[in-house]
Each structure stands twice: as structure tokens, then as C-alpha cells.
Design a protein around this ligand. Sequence first.
Ligand code: BG6
Length: 494
Amino acid sequence: MTQSKPRVPPATPEAPLDLIIFGGVGDLSVRKLLPALYMAHVHGNLPPQTRIHALGRQDWGREAFLSFLQDKVPDFIGAKAYRADAWQGFLDRLGYVCVDATQADDFRRLGEALQSEADRVYYLATAPSLFTTICDNLGAAGLINPQSRVVLEKPLGHDLASAEAINTAVAQHFEESQIFRIDHYLGKETVQNLMVLRFGNSIFEPLWRSPHIKSVQITVAESVGVGSRAGFYDGTGAMRDMIQNHLLQLLCIVAMEPPVSLDPDAVRDEKLKVLKSLRPLTPADVARDTVRGQYTAGAVGGEKVSGYLQEENVPVGSTTETFVALRARIANWRWANVPIFLRTGKRMAERRSEIVVEFADLPFSLFNDSPRQVVNRLMIRLQPDEHIQLQMMAKEPGSGMRLRPVSLNLDLESAFTERRAEAYERLLIDVIRGRLTHFMRRDELEAAWTWVEPIIEGWSQLGDAPKPYAAGTWGPAASSALMARESSAWVEET
Ligand code: BG6
């Protein structure tokens, strides 16, 4: 396992900081990073001497840059959180440097813009094809020191070989303890809460295993389509965009053993073991246990929407999948024989991310009219609302002993009134403070690719076109059939 040498001293909240965003005027920066940094600024979570340098290729001065931001960013901050005075204070921290990441000379200009004594965080919000060049150019310009950190956005590579190549290139300049591979799902409050649900309560752990668990299903359904991102998405697809990272990370947290502590490597060691225990899918498994889909025209939330092939910039006849459902197996003692179902898709019936742990059937039913199958389920809703439900059987009022499922509901949004920070805000603060627990280590990332790659290869060998599903539905019928074979059903079908 790649243990991260603790070379980066934990940042003191007072140390001056330069935060440099490559791709600083790109979509991610405008929609997520700058709004998150604004919130961190408002809530006093940025060190006082923090400067944020957005880098882009546009030949802009600071004024042009600020007016670009003014037009875009407040909308993403939202009216509730935007305050004109705080925004002005935030803008005072911001600068713009025209840098073409492929031009080594431009990095001299970057060096001149940085504070000499500050810690540096380089956020690479660009295409991964630029990661190596950026790190090489930073190194050549002498802009990396032991206090520097680098944040790598997903997708980190396109397959195992390209992920390894990027990791190796970045490792020439940064120690593992300086590298923050971001998966924003790990920054979500609900995902972090999953660890507390499992390891901060005693009631679930004894049952959290085979044979007490019948199946686990993890769904990340989106109602949005590909939007204007086809240029990126069409070469990526749902497997690389969502399963390889977000869903496998959720699975790790659901399935891992209790770590010995919350130290980054203790947690990441346990997650790695889950990834390494995933049974590789053979071509026959791929044909039987996976479903690829692509949305066609339909309606979402009462509005007509186009199919994937009609979206802007999608190549004619594209066979990119916008939906994946699959059955995974974790080959270890705890999870033997427990089917694990993963599902994600765009333009599905609604936006819903949910983990469902279905407990075993009764060994024997005492109640004449009731089957042995019970619906003891723990349902952990991550998005859009945040709640936990435990479904139990109860007696229907009246004479006789008729059973009916009822739910114990825990609504986390009303249980806590504190502000809930967005994932990027929380993760950026972790980077600034040097906390690695919620970031992926190199070996984790590569283990995830090792498992995913044969599935993608299997699909290309099978040459199957993705199965069509109408926008606004829960995906192709084959996805339900996959569950039915294991006597299960996706929760919304029960
Ligand atoms: C991103 C994917 O990582 O996650 C997008 O690239 C997807 O395609 C997004 O829409 C989903 O994130 P969230 O936080 O909206 O569930």
C-alpha cells in the first residue's frame, strides 16, 4: 500500500496561502470552486493572507476577469448566501494570470504573481491530459516546495495505464502526502455521515455482514442530461464518469472494515481492501451482470427533453452509455454471497442518490398470512434530501395478525439546524489544512481502474449498442431483470 509519508506539515490557519486554479475561468471553477471559496471566505475558513489566482489562456487584465466573474459566479452562490459586501471582500483576494499551461515561459509570469513566503495549493481543474505538463512546468519553474499541495480533479485518466502514467508523472514533483485526488462525493455531508452511522453506533455492526444482509443497492440517479458537456462526456460515459469513482467510493464506505483510526492512511487502507476484494468480471460476467443504457427522448418532471443522440455536440450514432447497472461481488468473509448492485444514469426519473441495505428474510414465518420475506431495509438517502429510514414490519391494527411495513424516519435536515457546507467547500478547507482522509490515494485509484477496465473491455468485445431507455424513467428494462434474477428489485419498483 502506498503509505503517504507525512511530509507536508499541517498548515497553520494563519500561514499565508496562494491558491492557484488552473482552468480558473472554466466551468468547474465558475460553478463550484469559486462559490465554495467564497463561502469559505464568508465563514472565516480561509487563512487571512489567502490570495486566489485564477489562470486561463484569455489575454485578460484583472478588470476583465472580475467583470467576467461578476456576470457568472453570484448565480452559482445563490441569492441566499450572496452578500455584496462579502463578495467585494472576496474579490480583493482574487487575481488573474494569463497562462497557457503548455508554455513553460508562462510559468515565470505565474511565479512573479505569487507571494514569496506563502504555502501553495495548485488546483488542476483542467483536462487530465494537461496534468503531467502542468506539474513538469511547475517543477521546472521552481514553484514547488515541500509545503506545496496539488489537487487533481477527476477523471484521473481514461484507463489504468493513463491513470498510472499521470500518477507517476505527478509523483516526480509531489510526495503522495502532497497530492489531493478529489472525488467530491467524499466531501458530501451525507457520505461522511455514513461512516458515523456505521462506526458511531453499535446496533448495525453485528448485522452488517453476510448472512444477515441479503443485498446492497447503490443508486446515483440524475435527472439532468449531458447538457453542454458532450465534448467531455461522449468520450467518457457513465462507467468512467460515475462508477469508477463516486459509486465505488460509496461502496468502499459501505463495505469497509472499521479502520483503526481516522488517520488518512488508516481509512484509505480499509477502502483499498474493499477495492481489491472486488471480484473481477469475466467477459461472461460482463454479459450477464452489467447493463449499459443510453437515454432517448422523453419527459423529465413534466418537460419534454431530447434523447442523448440529439444533444448538442454528440456525434451521430454515438454508443456512449449514459446509464450503467451492474452486480458486483466482494470476495471476502464479510460480504460472501451478498449481491451488490450499482446503478447510475442521466435523465432518470428523478435526482436521487441512495444506499439501500436489505436485511435477510426470516428463517421461519410465524404469521400465517405473511411470507418469510420481510422488508427490513436501511435506506440512506444522500440526495436531494438527507434522511435515513429503517423499514420494519408492524402489525396492522385490527383483529388478526396482518403485517405491514412501516418506517422509522430520521430526517437529518430537521435534526440539525447548522449550515451544511457544499462538498467542494468542505474539501477545499481540508486541502488548505492538509487533511487527506477524504481524498483518494494512488493505490485506491488504480485498484478502482483495475476493476473497471475489464468491464469496459468486455463491452467493446461484445460490441453491444447501449440499451435505449426513455428519458424520465429508471433505465432500461434489463436493469430490473438483473435484480430480479437475484430475487431483488430496485427500491422504487417494490
Ligand atoms: C460529476 C460528473 O463528477 O458528478 C457529472 O462528472 C455528474 O457528470 C456529477 O453530473 C454529479 O454530482 P452531484 O454532486 O450533482 O451528484
